[in-house]
Write a protein that binds this ligand. Structure first.
Ligand SMILES: Nc1ncnc2c1ncn2[C@@H]1O[C@H](COP(=O)(O)OP(=O)(O)O)[C@@H](O)[C@H]1O
Ligand SMILES: [Mg+2]
Length: 234
């Protein structure tokens, strides 16, 4: 039996995908599931004695149980903090789908749910010749859309939902992220996003000066069937 995969995408970069992904991991673990994070391609890394390390990947690794090998969480740590395609070219690296699938397979073999965080928004390519949609489909993952609650989010949320469907991937739910504490009409926007998206809201992460994913997990409401491994009956 292989693990279920959730593919976390967002309305933009810097809107709470990593926070939501780590919160999802904690929420799944609180329901008794083994949950592991993955950041397949990460640009912006620091050199450490153990090798290149990316903050998003480290956050996901820290929120995972069982604790996965860093090299499986993030097979491609690209040093430059820029678009993954540019960072890969600068590093002289070719991102290969089969390498990502092999790492994901090792994670999936040891857990019930793998939470995979994309890089940037849905239509930002993961690499030359590799789209978010291609990886999500190859993993048979359900897509979770993180909506950064700020001006423009309704447009980005609707565009992303359309693109996910057009790309043949499955949107399963969305999570609001209160990135802007001064956003007027937040409640009104939440209502509009909820009306516009064809899937349920899994929760709204509150604004915190220094958000803690374990605390943020308390804001997530995963229906029981969402927390259970999709293929448990097979
Ligand atoms: N709900 C929130 N409340 C306060 N700050 C947030 C919230 N969500 C995200 N942030 C902050 O915004 C920044 C980007 O969040 P992150 O989860 O890294 O976004 P992404 O993964 O989409 O790039 C981080 O500094 C994070 O702490
Ligand atoms: Mg991130």
């Amino acid at each position: 039996m292989s693990a279920r995969s959730l593919f976390v995408t967002g309305t933009d970069t810097g809107i709470g995908k990593t926070l939501a992904s780590a919160a999802l991991l904690h929420a799944l673990r609180a329901r008794g599931l083994r949950a592991t994070g993955m950041k397949p391609v990460a640009s912006g890394c620091a050199r450490t004695a153990a090798g290149w390390r990316n903050d998003d990947a480290l956050s996901l690794q820290a929120a995972s149980d069982p604790c996965p090998a860093y090299t499986d969480v993030n097979p491609y740590p690209l040093p430059e903090p820029t678009a993954p395609q540019l960072a890969a070219r600068a590093a002289g690296v070719t991102v290969a789908l089969d390498v990502l699938l092999a790492a994901h397979g090792r994670l999936a073999a040891r857990c019930d749910v793998v939470v995979v965080e994309g890089a940037g928004g849905w239509l930002a390519p993961l690499a030359d010749g590799l789209e978010h949609a291609g990886l999500a489909r190859a993993l048979d993952a359900e897509v979770v859309l993180v909506v950064g609650l700020r001006l423009g989010c309704l447009n980005h949320a609707r565009l992303t939902a359309r693109a996910v469907a057009a790309d043949g991937a499955r949107l399963a739910g969305w999570i609001g992220s209160t990135v802007d504490p001064d956003f007027d009409r937040r409640a009104g926007y939440l209502g509009l996003v909820a009306e516009a998206l064809p899937v349920p809201c899994w929760g709204v992460l509150p604004h915190r000066p220094a958000p803690d994913p374990r605390e943020a997990a308390a804001a997530l409401r995963l229906p029981d069937e969402r927390a259970a491994p999709a293929r448990a009956a097979q």
